[in-house]
Design a protein around this ligand. Structure first.
Ligand SMILES: [Zn+2]
Ligand SMILES: [Zn+2]
Ligand SMILES: [Zn+2]
Length: 153
């Protein structure tokens, strides 16, 4: 799945890019994620189009985690105000559909080690060290925040 997808201006506006004046050099030069500041690799970096701010042209890029999160938040903010999106089958709303697609494309598929269900975009989760009998391997697994707290009720 190519990460380089041209975003519409509406979608970019909904994602709310920070102003270039607030950014440090590496973010403005699109070497790091415009939101989280993570170092970017070309294979996974998401192009956020050409921005022109105060006569300065810059090419913001994002990591997949941040763009998925921003798109999810943007859709959450947009949906209550939009009749097409409230129905949750947002085929009639190009912006809603685009934001949904962004979330879907850029959210890595993770499964909760406790309940074994997929961790959906917007659900809170954390990492836990994997229980390994041999004690070898420092891998971590993911779990919903609610699941790792244990179900008390
Ligand atoms: Zn990021
Ligand atoms: Zn909509
Ligand atoms: Zn879970």
């Amino acid at each position: 799945m190519p990460a380089r997808t041209a975003l519409s201006l509406k979608a970019l506006a909904a994602l709310a890019l920070p102003g270039v004046a607030d950014l440090d050099e590496t973010r403005a030069a699109s070497r790091t994620c415009v939101w989280g500041g993570e170092l970017l690799v070309n294979e996974t970096a998401v192009d956020l189009g050409v921005q022109l701010t105060d006569g300065r042209t810059w090419f913001p890029r994002s990591c997949e985690t941040c763009v998925a999160q921003r798109a999810y938040l943007a859709r959450t903010a947009h949906a209550p105000m939009c009749a097409a999106c409230r129905s949750d089958v947002s085929v009639d709303c190009p912006l809603g559909a685009e934001l949904r697609r962004l979330v879907a494309v850029h959210t890595p598929v993770r499964y909760c080690s406790r309940c074994c269900r997929q961790i959906a975009p917007g659900e809170e989760y954390g990492t836990e060290p994997r229980q390994s009998p041999s004690g070898a391997g420092g891998a971590t697994v993911h779990a919903h925040t609610v699941c790792s707290r244990g179900r008390r009720r």
